[in-house]
Write a protein that binds this ligand. Structure first.
Ligand SMILES: C[S@@+](CC[C@H](N)C(=O)[O-])C[C@H]1O[C@@H](n2cnc3c(N)ncnc32)[C@H](O)[C@@H]1O
Length: 231
């Protein structure tokens, strides 16, 4: 069926550019197989692509009008509305309460784009993805999405498959999901270690300037012990 006007029909108060790009929707249609379990934050043309691929699909959006317009579109296209589980509400309130054993095959993060929503969506979706599953993150030209992409590119357990149009980053999760401490996250660690050291040197200098030499030496000794123990 012709997709022109699809986004305008679904996002009535929104904009045509809201729709996930044709390229990214083609990726969904090619990679999602009938019976796959899938999830997206936000809804729209992408929801239709997941249903066209035959997925058992959850869409999470606060806009009930989008759900109603989608149900109408699904009817017009002869798609199976039973395969869509549309949850009306903001993803930050809905995702934490989804069943923990979902075993998702594919996820699209394209709901709220303000900080930290893409990262919040990533966390709760990733916890429910199975190894080998793919995640698409849309609008990664926005900082809130770009920071997540930069983090994942350095993170073991995630493989960057590409970013078509510079807009939709696609990752494969290659290992079971694990939320690590910052010292075990290469991206976080690399961007934190010098800031942390600078702060400690600054605190040491303050103590010396104030003449609190024994406290300053105690701190140095503690750091020496911490470095020796590798903690
Ligand atoms: C860019 S549009 C999504 C476009 C859609 N993927 C498509 O292909 O047409 C952003 C979506 O996020 C939804 N949204 C806004 N804030 C949200 C939130 N906190 N949680 C989930 N969805 C949200 C909007 O209602 C809208 O559906």
């Amino acid at each position: 069926m012709d997709d022109s006007g699809l986004s305008r029909r679904i996002h009535k108060g929104g904009s045509l550019t809201w729709a996930l790009s044709e390229l990214a929707r083609d990726f969904i249609r090619a990679h999602v197989k009938p019976g796959h379990y899938t999830l997206e934050t936000g809804s729209g043309a992408s929801t239709i692509a997941f249903l066209e691929a035959g997925a058992q699909h959850i869409a999470v959006s606060p806009d009930a009008a989008e759900r109603d317009a989608l149900l109408e579109e699904i009817g017009l296209r002869g798609l199976d509305a039973e395969k869509l589980d549309f949850r009306v509400g903001p993803s930050q309130l809905i995702l934490p309460f989804l069943p923990e054993d979902l075993q998702l095959d594919a996820v699209l993060v394209d709901g709220g784009h303000g900080f930290p929503l893409p990262a919040v969506d990533w966390l709760y979706a990733a916890m429910r993805m199975k190894p080998g599953a793919v995640m698409l993150i849309d609008d990664v030209d926005l900082w809130s999405g770009a920071m997540l992409v930069d983090f994942l590119k350095d993170e073991p357990g995630w493989k960057h498959l590409g970013t078509p149009n510079g807009r939709t980053a696609i990752f494969r999760m290659t290992a079971p999901f694990e939320l690590k401490e910052w010292t075990d996250q290469p991206y976080t660690f690399a961007r934190s270690k010098w800031r942390q050291r600078a702060r400690k040197v600054g605190n040491f200098a303050d103590l010396v300037v104030r003449g609190e030499f024994s406290t300053a030496l105690e701190k140095v000794e503690k750091e020496r012990q911490r470095a020796a123990s590798g903690s």
